[in-house]
Design a protein around this ligand. Sequence first.
Ligand code: SF4
Length: 266
Amino acid sequence: MFDRFNRKIDYLRISVTDRCNLRCAYCMPEGGVTLIPRSEILSLEEIYEVAETAVEMGLDRIRLTGGEPLIRRNIIHLVSMIAGIKGVRDFAMTTNGVLLQEYAKPLADVGLHRINVSLDTFDPERYRLITGGGDIRNVLAGIEAALKAGLDPIKLNCVIQKSYDEPDARDVARFAERNGLIVRFIRQMELAQGTFWIVQGGTGGNCARCNRLRLTSNGMIKPCLFSDLMFSIKELGIPEAIERAVEAKPERGMKSVNHEFYNVGG
Ligand code: SF4
C-alpha cells in the first residue's frame, strides 16, 4: 500500500497487551497506569485476523510489542499462528527480555524470525532504578538463550538521554559488539510534547520514510505514533480501518495525547 506522500506502508506493529512486568521511568507515567479493561483487549484470534488481513493488503512485515508481549497468555500460540500466514516476509518481536530465557527457543521453534531486546545500561543498580526494580541478570540470560535459539538478528534497543556517547550507551554498545548483536539508540521521546528523533541504527522516527501502522491491544489502527488519529477495527472492520489509516497517515508526526508508550507499543 502507498499513502498520499507515496510512502510504501508495509509494516504493522501489533501491541498484544498494555500490561508489563517492568515499570520503566520513561514509559510508565509516574502517576500510575490506566490499563485497558480486559474485556476490551483483542483475543488471539482477533489479532491473528488483523495480521492475516494486513499481510493480504501488503503489510508483510509484522512486529509484536506490548506493554510486554511475553506476559500475554498463549503468546507462543499467537506467534505460531502468525508465522503460518502465507506472505509474512519479516516477523519480529520487541521484548524487555525478562522472560526471554524461558521463551527464546519456543519462539524460534514456532517461526519468529528475529527479536529486539530493551537494554539501556549494563550496570545492575542503574538497570534496577530505570526499570522500577528489574534484575539485569534475567535479560542477559535471555539474550544468551536467544542467541542459542538462532533468533537472528538480535538487536538491542538502548534508550539514551541525548547521545550514544553517554557512559551507559557506550557500555551497551561494547556488550553488543562482543556478542555480535546490533544496537539501536533511541533518544527519549515525549508523546504529549511531540518531541522525537530518528532512531540511530534504525528507521523509527524518520517520517519521510515512514512505512508503519500500529494496532493497539484494544483494536485501534494508528497511522502515526505522534498523532491522535485512530481507526477502530470493531466499528469499521479490519480492511476499512487499515485503508482509512493509510489514507489519513500524516506527512509527519506532531504529538499524541490519547496514548502512552506502554499501550501503543512504542
Ligand atoms: S512520527 Fe509518525 S510519521 Fe513520523 S516516523 Fe513516527 S509514526 Fe512515522
